[in-house]
Design a protein around this ligand. Structure first.
Ligand code: 5AD
Ligand code: FES
Length: 403
């Protein structure tokens, strides 16, 4: 595979801070700048400009606390102090793509590949149902073929059947043709997660091989297809990527607002030794800063899009043992407990330090329940926990077309 030599642009963010200037970089950075609205003033608004988002991404001390207080208030008011589970089944780590950051990329030959049998997937779905999870999420590496489409369609029917239609289903199996998305929607999947990974096309190109299999425009079109079909659509980005600026991150949030997403899953980028991007490990923000930036991104998005579903990404816990709880406190409302059969978990390593790879599904559940209550929130069982934003969006659409 051809790997492009990546040269960090000199004026761009992605550098370590220091005591005087802990978050150096991008355009308009720093709350200490004069002629700039204070964080307190910015937080009285619902819509933020790019510059205001950058201020929120970089403020420190009491201003940072204000941001998190505000986002927690918004969550409580619009969502409640609640968390919904999506039992996560990582059913195969076989991937046709070669994203330069991802541990299960096709080019990583140092990995045992697996593909759960239909019976194993259905047993995990049954576990979710028996434990009163409202929903599950089926995730895998990206593969496109008639047999994959047919297999997933069949599994969706069987999961609906075993749960009497009660289990909600999120799919996350990458870029596909419109027809495959449509068949799966008709078979009962109603949410789809497809992270755009980076909305700056130049950055996207730097973290993917430059070929038609890794085409930014196609990914975007897939998101549009999903929305047109009627899915609740989720997207997200990685935070702290090499070459990424605060301006990029602000644009990512504006993209999500503009696209009118229903769900978001975003997490810190964590380097993986068996990937080409490891070459830039020395250029990255320290993990603690990547973690904090992720919390800020979640908090800002919660204020901008009050009633969407936001996932507390597992990658947060790879950095901080109570990372997901922190995200729940300041705005996230979805957790995806891993219910993949234990023997396979170690092989779905997208990044280093992935937590819970040795736990059984039961361990994960009781551990997470305790964690959620530590975050002063409660787990809601037996409900789909659909995005309220989606309901509102659909109502508005219907009203609009009948007027
Ligand atoms: N660090 C963090 N997240 C990663 N993902 C893939 N590789 C990494 C990594 N090294 C995320 C991508 C993908 C999701 C399934 O996992 O955002 O969409
Ligand atoms: Fe792209 Fe795994 S190779 S997300």
């Amino acid at each position: 595979m051809q790997i492009h030599k990546l040269t960090p642009a000199p004026i761009r963010f992605a550098r370590r801070g220091n005591k005087e200037n802990p978050f150096p970089g991008g355009v308009g950075v720093g709350c200490w700048r004069q002629n700039q609205m204070s964080v307190k003033q910015i937080l009285t608004k619902d819509n933020f400009s790019r510059e205001e988002i950058i201020t929120l991404l970089t403020c420190i001390g009491e201003e940072r606390t204000l941001l998190f207080q505000k986002s927690a208030e918004v969550k409580e008011k619009y969502i409640g102090k609640k968390v919904w589970f999506r039992g996560l089944i990582e059913f195969s780590n076989i991937c046709s793509k070669d994203c330069l950051y991802c541990g299960i990329r096709k080019g990583n030959k140092n990995l045992r590949r697996y593909n759960l049998s239909d019976e194993e997937i259905l047993a995990a779905a049954k576990f979710a149902f028996d434990n009163n999870y409202g929903s599950l999420a089926l995730q895998s590496g990206e593969l496109e073929s008639a047999s994959v489409t047919g297999r997933i369609e069949n599994l969706l029917h069987r999961i609906k059947e075993l749960s009497g239609g009660k289990l909600g289903i999120t799919l996350s199996v990458g870029e596909q043709e419109h027809e495959a998305y449509k068949r799966w929607f008709d078979a009962g999947a109603h949410r789809y997660l497809l992270r755009i990974e980076a909305t700056n096309e130049d950055l996207y190109k730097k973290i993917h091989p430059r070929n038609s299999k890794h085409d930014f425009r196609r990914r975007l079109n897939c998101l549009k297809s999903l929305q047109n079909i009627g899915y609740q659509v989720g997207t997200g980005v990685m935070i702290g990527l090499p070459f990424q600026t605060n301006e990029d991150l602000a644009n990512d949030l504006l993209f999500m607002k503009d696209f009118d997403i229903d769900m978001c899953g975003m997490g810190p980028y964590i380097e993986h030794a068996e990937t080409p991007l490891i070459e830039y490990a020395g250029e990255l923000l320290p993990v603690g800063e990547r973690f904090d930036l992720t919390l800020r991104m979640i908090a800002i998005l919660r204020i901008m899009m009050k009633d969407i579903n936001i996932v507390a990404a597992t990658a947060l816990q790879a950095i901080d043992p109570i990372g997901r709880e922190k995200a729940v406190r300041i705005g996230a409302n979805i957790i995806m407990p891993n219910i993949t059969p234990g023997k396979y978990r170690d092989s779905y390593k997208l990044y280093e330090n992935k937590p819970c790879t040795y736990d059984s599904a039961e361990d994960c559940q009781s551990c997470l329940e305790a964690r959620v209550s530590l975050a002063d929130n409660e787990v809601v069982y037996g409900e789909w926990g659909d995005s309220k934003h989606y309901e509102r969006r659909r109502k508005d659409q219907i009203q609009f077309t009948t007027e």
